[in-house]
Design a protein around this ligand. Structure first.
Ligand code: MN
Length: 272
């Protein structure tokens, strides 16, 4: 190894020095993955907007995060540095590999629970945006065993249900409830499976979509559905939900109209 490095240095000049620097960083365990290059400016703008929209819509508060898969490389994703979502601006957006290592941290700190994002992107090639939130009306459904079901057409994406992730099983005992390592992220991704959302017992939820508008829309209506379902259940025991075929058809129809609320929410959120 040393001989190879020296030969590179002798023959390669500046390139050789760079190789040595990378070798030394690897030897110390400080691997920084290569960048996929600058993301599309519109994607970054939408990611900033998504952060602000989700605060406006009472899905995120001082906590929670939203990410988007990089447009140039499906093995990279973009997410803000550790910051309250309402404060996120374009310079806060960082690039991560799917092991959730920051590409170019430059002293910026990362969300502790970023493994939620990386591990889901690994196993769900259809997913291009992810929201992790502590959406208030959803919390009871994560702790009572009452399944969250699609009450109306806006939440037709719940047609396949929202499984509950219990971190106690994944961690093999008590934890601080945070998805703070890759193994916990993998277990959550496994619980999510092919679905659009999973609840996290005593914590919150994760919502995925094929685009940022989808993931944002689903997060907003996951909260709304939870609130309305609790109201419906308080009124009577015979609640009629969308049946699987209604959910499938409604989901297909709604998908074509997402641009309408998205443009409204984005304009309001970015005007602040
Ligand atoms: Mn959390």
């Amino acid at each position: 190894m040393a001989n190879v490095t020296r030969r590179r240095f002798v023959t390669g000049g500046a390139v050789g020095l760079a190789v040595i620097a990378v070798d030394l960083a690897r030897a110390r365990g400080q691997t920084s993955p290569p960048s996929a290059g600058p993301p599309d400016a519109k994607l970054v703008e939408d990611l900033v907007a998504a952060n602000r929209i989700l605060v406006d819509q009472n899905v995120l508060d001082g906590y929670g995060h939203v990410s988007a898969r990089h447009d140039r490389d499906s093995n990279r994703y973009l997410m803000s540095r550790a910051l309250a979502p309402e404060l996120v601006a374009a310079p806060d957006i960082m690039e991560y590999d799917l092991d959730s290592n920051p590409v170019d941290a430059r002293g910026r700190s990362s969300y502790l629970e970023r493994f939620i994002h990386g591990e889901i992107y690994k196993v769900r090639p259809d997913v291009r945006a992810i929201v992790h939130n502590h959406s208030p009306s959803v919390i009871p459904f994560g702790v009572t065993g009452v399944p969250l079901r699609p009450l109306y057409h806006m939440s037709a994406f719940l047609g396949e249900g929202a499984p509950v992730f219990d971190i106690r099983q994944a961690a093999g005992g008590p934890s601080d409830m945070l998805v703070r390592d890759p193994a916990l992220g993998r277990a959550l991704a496994q619980t999510l499976g092919s679905r659009t959302a999973a609840l996290m017992r005593g914590h919150g939820a994760v919502v995925v979509g094929p685009s940022l508008p989808h993931a944002v829309f689903r997060s907003v209506y996951l909260e709304m559905n939870a609130k309305l379902q609790a109201q419906a259940m308080a009124q009577g025991v015979n609640v009629t939900y969308l049946d699987p075929e209604e959910a499938r058809r409604a989901e297909a129809s709604i998908a074509g109209t997402l641009g309408r609320p998205w443009e409204l929410w984005k304009r309001k959120a970015l005007a602040k």
